[in-house]
Design a protein around this ligand. Structure first.
Ligand SMILES: Nc1ncnc2c1ncn2[C@@H]1O[C@H](COP(=O)(O)OP(=O)(O)OP(=O)(O)O)[C@@H](O)[C@H]1O
Ligand SMILES: [Mg+2]
Length: 244
């Protein structure tokens, strides 16, 4: 596999209450173009930290991140990053929220607006471009956040628990929708989730994270993608429990 994104020997520490804590140590990761990888692991093991490093929001203490053959360590704005709490601004319409990152980075707004208008139907938002967030359902808000993420221009999306706050039915609908747009828009996806069945349904490969500092402890390839595989669920659950 030729990776489109890779991370090599990543180490990251934080200073907290006067003490340095190593959150990630010597971590390696690779993803191929158009692959869907889910990262699953106990709370606090460093999943969001890892996505932030990929997104260039913060820099690793050591190690490098390579995207399309180029060292992008510490560079932000290159990959589509959807943080754990990706909130829409309540006073901005769907379209204004979607265009906000382009406005902030001083990009070509009329070009971005034309692109966003063209994409609104794909994201199920064509009837909602002028609505304020309070007028949108949870699922629609999340679709708007997805579109905002995709507007970075990268086909590689880093999604941090994108369905965590949705009701079960909306969650299932958005999972199906995500698989559909992944094919349609030729996306590569790295997604953090706490939901083992979601990871089994969506991904080509599951990376299980654990320990402190966090590392990858297991790779799991779903036997039958997009279906509920109870044996795998139990296997991953036991693996996660053993690291708590
Ligand atoms: N900016 C920061 N300063 C200090 N400590 C931090 C910072 N960011 C993260 N940490 C610490 O790093 C560890 C990993 O945090 P991280 O948010 O990556 O965990 P996570 O695996 O995403 O957890 P969750 O599943 O709860 O979202 C935690 O102990 C957290 O407190
Ligand atoms: Mg997190």
């Amino acid at each position: 596999m030729t990776p489109i994104l890779s991370a090599t020997r990543i180490t990251k520490s934080f200073l907290h209450a006067g003490k340095m804590t190593t959150v990630l140590s010597g971590l390696d990761f690779e993803i191929a173009e158009r692959e869907f990888v889910c990262i699953i692991g106990s709370s606090g093991c460093g999943k969001s930290t890892l996505l932030e490093l990929f997104a260039g929001i913060s820099k690793p203490d050591s190690g490098e991140i390579i995207y399309q053959g180029k060292d992008i360590t510490g560079e932000s704005g290159l990959l589509g990053y959807m943080p754990q709490e990706d909130l829409l601004f309540p006073w901005l319409s769907t379209l204004q929220n979607v265009l906000l990152p382009v406005r902030i980075r001083g990009g070509n707004l009329s070009h971005a607006k034309a692109k966003a208008l063209e994409l609104l139907p794909t994201f199920g938002l064509d009837q909602h471009s002028g609505h304020l967030p309070y007028q949108l359902s949870g699922g629609l808000k999340q679709r708007a956040a997805f579109l905002r993420t995709y507007m970075t221009g990268s086909n590689l999306l880093l999604l941090d628990e994108p369905f965590a706050n949705l009701d079960a039915l909306t969650r299932l609908q958005l999972q199906d929708w995500l698989l559909e747009i992944k094919d349609r828009l030729k996306l590569t996806i790295v997604m953090v989730t706490h939901d083992i069945s979601e990871a089994l349904k969506l991904s080509d490969r599951i990376m299980v994270m654990g320990g402190s500092p966090g590392k990858f402890i297991k790779t799991h390839v779903p036997k039958s993608p997009h279906s509920l595989d109870t044996d795998s669920m139990e296997e991953i659950r036991l693996e996660l429990m053993s690291w708590l």
